[in-house]
Design a protein around this ligand. Structure first.
Ligand SMILES: *Cc1c(COP(=O)(O)O)cnc(C)c1O
Length: 454
């Protein structure tokens, strides 16, 4: 494994050597900190960081969280010692060029021949830009998204002053096409947001049908694939791949968002938005009295709503993709392991007498619950299992997440527990580390044992 204790000093050395060519710099005494003072404060930092969950452990199968790849840490840290700002070429030509390169690779992954795009600090901001371009493209028109879409879409419609319409989701957590037809028939919709990999369940909206229906009414299509986008690398309908049709249809959509800080092995601060038609750049046109002086080439700040952004984030992604490329043989192999883990878990749940699968996983997210006669009992048993799994010796802990479902959504999936409450918590596990594949059997067995003892 990559040993950062060996690599990080090489980054420090390289940047120090580069700086040295410009002549010596003596740090100002006002900011000088004695080693013992720093050491004491650092000790407290390390102490405080113990109050965390072990995101990198294969038995952490809860939220969408994991540490970055060592190459990302090395790339980020090394570039951060310079601290370029990717807002403008004046702020960091090298990392701006890297950003354009990695965005072009993402465009290729999605089948975009042409594109305009950039990194963002998050999926939220990336989606905000896509919805803003949606508003500017068809002013006065509404934006439709599924009821299971990320809550950011409804919120950002509010921010943008655009009408947001929630389309029902079906019994698999995908956008309901009949309801979409009704919503489109009103003539109010300018853009339909499809989600490839809902945040809750990893459900894939039927993008080819959505594109066809939207086009028939003159509506645009935005794809929020913040979580699932990198699964495009293994969208080949194979046993450990994912279904191809929705991912192939991204090439027909007007815009797409993906989060390298989710499945792209990056630290937080790395989303991306891409538009298929570079002409949307016209909406971004602005000038700045402070920037854009070093070059007539396109500055990234000229095509983004955010101003300052870490050049280090682009360096991190660039270095990562140099060594773990956006191919089936590269990042795809890790995603296939995640997918196998989720499928194996689903198989075990189907055979279980004490746990039940909520629905089949389309990506690497598994949802399940202790079998009980009523929804309220499912809710309390899920909560108890969540806590019991995370308790005890750290070396045996299993970390899960909970997910709130409605009584109607349970019934739609054929779960016939007595409806005595309107919503219930169930359990949700994201198998987003390839290392977890080998632990799925023992995690499931331990959860069964814990349920039996509740
Ligand atoms: C995570 C996620 C978002 C929000 O992205 P952040 O990077 O957390 O801001 C939006 N949409 C989907 C589908 C997501 O999974």
């Amino acid at each position: 494994m990559t040993d950062l204790r060996a690599w990080l000093p090489r980054g420090v050395d390289a940047i120090e050597a580069w700086n040295a060519a410009y002549g010596p710099v003596s740090p100002h005494p006002s900011l000088a900190v004695p080693d013992d003072v720093l050491g004491e404060a650092f000790g407290r930092l390390v102490e405080r960081l113990q109050d965390n969950y072990p995101f990198g452990n294969p038995r952490y199968v809860g939220q969408m969280l994991k540490p970055p790849h060592p190459a990302a840490v090395l790339g980020y840290t090394t570039a951060m010692l310079i601290n370029p700002n990717n807002h403008a070429l004046d702020g960091g030509p090298a990392t701006a060029a890297m950003e354009k390169e990695v965005v072009a690779r993402i465009a290729t992954m999605f089948g975009y021949d042409d594109h305009l795009g950039h990194l963002t600090s998050s999926g939220t901001i990336a989606n905000l830009e896509a919805l803003w371009v949606a508003r500017e493209s068809l002013p006065g028109k509404a934006i439709a998204f599924s009821a299971d879409a990320h809550y950011t879409h409804a919120r950002m419609c509010g921010v943008l002053g655009v009408e947001g319409i929630a389309v029902r989701s079906d019994a698999a957590g995908r956008m309901d096409l009949d309801h979409l037809d009704e919503v489109l028939a009103t003539g109010r919709v300018g853009t339909v947001v499809a989600t490839l990999g809902t945040t809750g369940l990893g459900a894939l909206d039927p993008l080819p049908d959505i594109v066809a229906r939207a086009r028939a009414t003159g509506a645009r299509v935005h794809v929020d694939t913040a979580y699932g986008g990198f699964f495009a690398l293994i969208a080949d309908d194979s046993p450990d791949g994912v279904v191809s049709a929705p991912f192939r249809a991204i090439a027909d959509a007007d815009s797409v968002v993906v989060d390298p800080h989710k499945h792209g092995l990056q630290p937080y601060g790395c989303g991306a938005v891409l538009f298929r038609d570079p002409a949307v750049g016209r909406f971004y046109v602005h000038d700045s009295p402070y920037t854009y002086f070093s070059s007539d080439e396109l500055h990234l700040g000229e095509i983004s709503l955010e101003c300052s952004r870490a050049g280090a984030a682009a360096a991190a992604l660039w270095l990562t993709l140099e060594v773990v490329p956006l191919t089936d043989a590269g990042l795809g192999q890790a995603l296939r392991a995640d997918r196998r883990g989720a499928l194996e878990w689903a198989r075990l749940l189907d055979e279980s007498d004490v746990l039940a699968a909520y629905q089949a996983p389309e990506l690497d997210i598994v949802a399940y619950f202790p079998q009980r006669a009523s929804l309220s009992a499912i809710d309390s048993a899920s909560e108890a299992l969540f806590h019991a799994a995370a308790a005890g010796d750290p070396a045996g802990q299993i970390h899960l997440a909970t997910y709130a479902v409605t009584a109607a959504a349970m019934a739609a999936r054929g779960h016939d527990a007595v409806i005595d409450v309107t919503t219930a918590r169930i359990l949700r596990s994201t198998v987003m580390k390839p290392e977890s594949e080998a632990y799925v059997g023992s995690i499931h067995a331990r959860l069964e044992e814990l349920v039996a003892g509740l």
